[in-house]
Design a protein. Structure first.
Ligand code: NAD
Length: 491
């Protein structure tokens, strides 16, 4: 059993509460690490450290020096990718190969934002007034708090941390209570890379006990959140009280739309990997498959046949294709939605059961499940399951596909499978989602902004834009010969 400590000001500290809670391996069900149970006192300590660093050594560093540190951190992550991936996979139950790929890619985020640090330029404003020079500086906001979900602790944190530090802020990371361990390992690498004390801090525990005090803290300027909409809404409202800047990456129920002229082999693969990758536990899961009427039956049969052959098992076994559900409450939620779908009249054509017994560890497994005959008013078409459950709907033509796809409160992602340029262009313009893929699914990159329309979120992560989301523009006016008039007349 590994006992972790809070990471504040480059020091390892016991939590104020003197309490720890277990982190469990979702496959075996066994507790393997003890996570410090942080509270408001720990939140205060972390904010003080982050604020001191922001006002002290960190702000005196040049942007190039900051960039070099980020770059160094990226190279350490690459060096230790296997170790980081094993720890994260042990906590979230994702397939080891997938997590390893994510961790290696995470290093590239640090290279990208490391390189960008000294290229964030302000600009001179063409002025309508004489004898004055006006320019815009972009300045860091101060202390950033990152609060993240359990599905990809390291990546979700990286998406916030890399641009926030690139911009010159300091950061406190509060990972999910289910998957905290990997961030402590990341903290060790920030020390090795040479980050000054207080620039990066990890405070763990439960939302109400430690994340809320962080969000409400008067010396925190910016909140970056990934998680469910219930917590997201609370955080948005708490942050509003202090007029804090916020980004929210929330849920989705993304339409994956297949037209009759698509390359069917590609579309079949895209439909399956779109929803069953990461055992469906990704915010961009293509969990609503919209099939054009003329290809519906044949396409459905193909995905059902393939799904029935999926290899389900230990995420540490490289041959496994579907792993366990990460948490017990999430497992219960997935099973509940399978019941709801059946009760609402959807037809279960693949899977639909929990799996236990030899090879299934503690039994937190759900078969990859496909529901046919789904209509868009059913709960299984409208609500996020966050598990390996696919809803299949039929559509007539482009207009019908757009109507169904957009008739939902979410707007995170969408995909279109067609060989017609006209159709592709029409659909990409009409779909209300932050990301639209054509003839591919789940592609993402540090170079391109990611985020949601509608209830899927606020703000963007990734790309150059993300750095601006961690900066305030400052308008500076310099007189070249501007004479000030005496407001009370000549004396
Ligand atoms: P969650 O909202 O329960 O928890 C997320 C984080 O918020 C955790 O660290 C938790 O401790 C914290 N939290 C909970 N209540 C809080 C409160 N009152 N105040 C402050 N912090 C609080 O989400 P989850 O169950 O961990 O993750 C699943 C959800 O995350 C899904 O809805 C999924 O769609 C979403 N998600 C979104 C993206 C995206 O980029 N859009 C990516 C991954 C996951």
């Amino acid at each position: 059993m590994t006992r972790y400590q809070l990471f504040i000001n480059n020091e390892w500290l016991d939590p104020n509460s003197g309490r720890w809670f277990p982190s469990e391996d979702p496959f075996s069900g066994e507790a393997w690490a003890e996570i410090p149970r942080g509270d408001a006192v720990d939140a205060d300590r972390a904010v003080a450290a982050a604020a001191n660093a922001f006002n002290g050594p960190w702000s005196r560093m040049s942007a190039s020096e900051r960039g070099m540190l980020l770059y160094k951190l990226g190279s350490l992550i690459e060096r230790d990718a296997q170790k980081l991936a094993e720890i994260e996979s042990r906590d979230n139950g994702k397939l080891i190969g997938d997590v390893l790929g994510q961790v290696r890619y995470m290093a590239k985020y640090f290279y990208y934002y490391g390189g960008l640090a000294d290229k964030i330029q302000g600009h001179v404003v063409p002025m309508d007034k004489p004898k004055v020079f006006n320019y815009i500086r972009y300045e860091p906001m101060g202390v950033v708090v990152s609060i993240t979900a359990w599905n990809s602790s390291l990546s979700l944190t990286t998406w916030k941390m890399a641009p926030a530090l690139c911009a010159g802020n300091t950061i406190i990371c509060k990972p999910s209570e289910y998957t905290s361990a990997s961030l402590f390992e990341l903290a060790k690498l920030t020390v090795e890379a040479g980050f000054p004390p207080g620039v990066f801090n990890v405070v763990t525990g439960f939302g109400a006990e430690v994340a809320e005090p962080l969000v409400r803290h008067p010396n925190v300027q910016r909140i970056a959140f990934t998680g469910g909409d219930e917590a997201g809404r609370k955080i948005y409202m708490m942050a509003a009280e202090g007029f804090k800047r916020v980004s929210l990456e929330l849920g989705g129920k993304s339409p994956n739309i297949v037209f009759d002229d698509a390359d069917m082999d590609q579309a079949v693969h895209g439909a399956l990997s779109g929803v069953f990758s990461a055992t469906g536990q990704t915010c961009v899961a293509g969990s609503r498959l919209l099939l054009q009427e003329s290809i519906h039956d044949e396409f459905l049969q193909r995905i059902v046949d393939i799904t029935k052959g999926a290899k389900i098992g230990d995420p540490a076994d490289p041959k496994s294709q579907i792993g366990p559900i990460t948490t017990k409450p999430q497992f219960d939620k997935v099973m509940r939605y399978i019941d709801i779908a059946r009760q609402d009249g959807a037809r279960c054509v693949a899977g639909g059961h929990a799996l236990s017994g030899p090879g299934y560890g503690a039994g937190q497994f759900v078969e990859p499940t496909i529901f046919a005959g789904v209509t868009n008013d059913m709960r299984i078409a409208q609500e996020e399951v966050f598990g390996p459950v696919l809803s299949v709907l039929k559509f007539r033509d482009e207009e019908d596909a757009v109507r169904i796809a957009n008739d939902i409160r979410f707007g995170l992602a969408a995909a279109v499978w067609t060989q017609s340029l006209h159709r592709a262009m029409f659909m990409t313009e009409r779909l209300r989602a932050g990301t639209v893929w054509v003839n591919n699914y789940r592609s993402s990159s540090y170079t391109s902004p990611f985020g949601g329309f509608k209830d899927s979120g606020v703000g963007r992560e990734g790309g150059i834009e993300a750095v601006r989301e961690y900066m305030e523009p400052k308008s500076v006016w310099i007189s070249t010969d501007l004479k000030m008039a005496n407001p009370f007349g000549a004396k």
